[in-house]
Design a protein around this ligand. Structure first.
Ligand SMILES: [Ca+2]
Length: 212
């Protein structure tokens, strides 16, 4: 009887091997599902200039945004904001007077997106990321965040869920808070409803840097 029970039992080494294979399978499925569900809408490294981003100046603001090969976050260059004037003297000073915009971006209804940008500044200063409607320039859902950039490069990001009725949007990198020079690099706007959020660590740093 003891011999029969011994034959039917499973050796410990075999149990460990089975558990290891199950874990490998689970991780593989998780990674595959993540890769299949992430659809990159906009990825810009600024290695070839603004790559579809356009400088928008409102209310008499003056600024230039040009590639800069000195100290990029990644690759050979970033782009630098040099702001000469925030607005005309008799107009309203709004941060959006100076911003880069990218449009149109197609949104899938009720899908969650992440908007991430690497940023540094000559001195600590604010900037904002925003997703707005092309039709009337109002903010999509709650997709407007203000951050504090520092002299060292950091990734800043936020996520939001597209409203059911919203299918078209404009991305904005807003820099008109003040005239302190600002650099941006490696913009990513993509779906983020993956079942396994295997994000790089820089996204976590960006989350911690959120100011609101
Ligand atoms: Ca770059």
């Amino acid at each position: 009887m003891d011999a029969l029970r011994q034959d039917r039992s499973t050796p410990a080494s075999l149990v460990v091997a089975r558990r290891r294979r199950a874990l490998i399978f689970l991780v593989s499925v998780c990674v595959a599902a993540t890769a299949a569900s992430v659809w990159a809408a906009v990825v810009t490294d600024f290695e070839a200039g603004l790559q579809g981003w356009q400088l928008q100046l409102n209310r008499g603001a003056q600024a230039v945004v040009e590639p800069d090969g000195a100290n990029p976050a990644h690759g050979k260059q970033s782009v630098r904001f040099d702001i000469g004037r925030l607005c005309a003297p008799d107009n309203q000073a709004l941060p959006t007077n100076v911003h880069l915009r990218y449009e149109p971006v197609t949104l899938k209804p009720s899908v969650r997106y992440v908007f991430r940008v690497w940023v540094r500044a000559e001195k600590r200063r604010q900037f904002s990321l925003r997703v707005s409607r092309v039709a009337d320039a109002t903010t999509v859902a709650d997709a407007y965040r203000t951050f504090n950039a520092e002299p060292t490069w950091r990734a800043f990001w936020f996520a939001f869920t597209a409203p059911p009725e919203q299918t078209e949007a404009r991305l904005q990198i807003v820099a008109g808070h003040n005239q302190i020079p600002l650099w941006i690099d490696d913009v990513v706007f993509e779906e983020t409803d993956a079942p396994c959020p295997l994000y790089p660590a820089d996204l976590l740093w960006g989350e911690l840097a959120k100011t609101q």
